[in-house]
Design a protein around this ligand. Structure first.
Ligand SMILES: C[S@@+](CC[C@H](N)C(=O)[O-])C[C@H]1O[C@@H](n2cnc3c(N)ncnc32)[C@H](O)[C@@H]1O
Length: 202
């Protein structure tokens, strides 16, 4: 199920008041708004439009609280994860996350990844070296997980395939999922729903 369908399946009513943190190009926010929800979407590089605000989570000053905060692949980028999660917990009683666990690319997973890459071939050690260089400084899974556990109580968790999303990877989501299920490659994404340990307050 695509993430926007997953989010929609988790919302108790329409319209729900939603905040998309780190909305990027705004695709998810626009899909949720088109489904009838009251969406605010923030990102320093947010597009133009009435539902978007070009700001960071740290600087965002909303005039009201939200029913749900959604963070799709943004938390691994925030400079201070504890501060961000604390702030999210103050803004809504529920958080829905899709995240990228980039540091779970081990040798077996990298071997599958390079075997499905378009273009010139690459060794597994080279792939791992480049991958780690590319993602240095971003929060990895253990950090994200520990942060979520400190600030939220888990209501839902599921690992998800991720590498098929890259345009240079010649594999479908089903193919990657089958490799996770049967060949022990790592899932590099997860979905999570939690409620703040500290209640939202204005
Ligand atoms: C990998 S992109 C994900 C974009 C989109 N949510 C998606 O799933 O396609 C991460 C986004 O998080 C944004 N971001 C990083 N730190 C942020 C912060 N402190 N507050 C708001 N957005 C942030 C970045 O500008 C970037 O657009």
């Amino acid at each position: 199920m695509e993430f926007h369908d997953f989010v929609l399946s988790q919302l108790a009513r329409t319209p729900s008041r939603l905040l998309d943190v780190g909305c990027g190009d705004g695709r998810l926010a626009l899909a949720l708004a088109a489904a009838g929800h009251d969406v605010t979407a923030i990102d320093p590089v947010a597009p133009d439009g009435p539902i978007f605000e070009r700001t960071t989570l740290e600087e965002f000053a909303p005039s009201h609280l939200f029913e749900v905060v959604i963070a799709s692949r943004s938390l691994h980028h925030v400079p201070n994860l504890d501060h961000a999660l604390d702030r999210i917990g103050q803004l809504a009683p529920r958080l829905i996350v899709e995240e990228f666990a980039w540091d779970r690319l081990d040798e077996r997973t990298a071997a599958w990844y390079v075997s499905n890459l378009d273009g010139p071939s690459k060794s597994v050690p080279q792939c791992l070296r480049e991958w780690n260089e590319e993602h240095t400084g971003l929060h990895g899974y253990e950090t994200l997980r520990a942060g979520l556990d400190r600030h939220f109580r888990e209501h839902f968790f599921a690992w998800r395939p991720y590498l098929h999303r890259y345009s240079e990877v010649n594999a479908s989501q089903e193919n990657e999922q089958a490799m996770i299920d049967t060949e022990g490659i790592n899932a590099l994404a997860f979905r999570y729903i939690g409620a703040p340990r500290r209640e939202a307050s204005p």
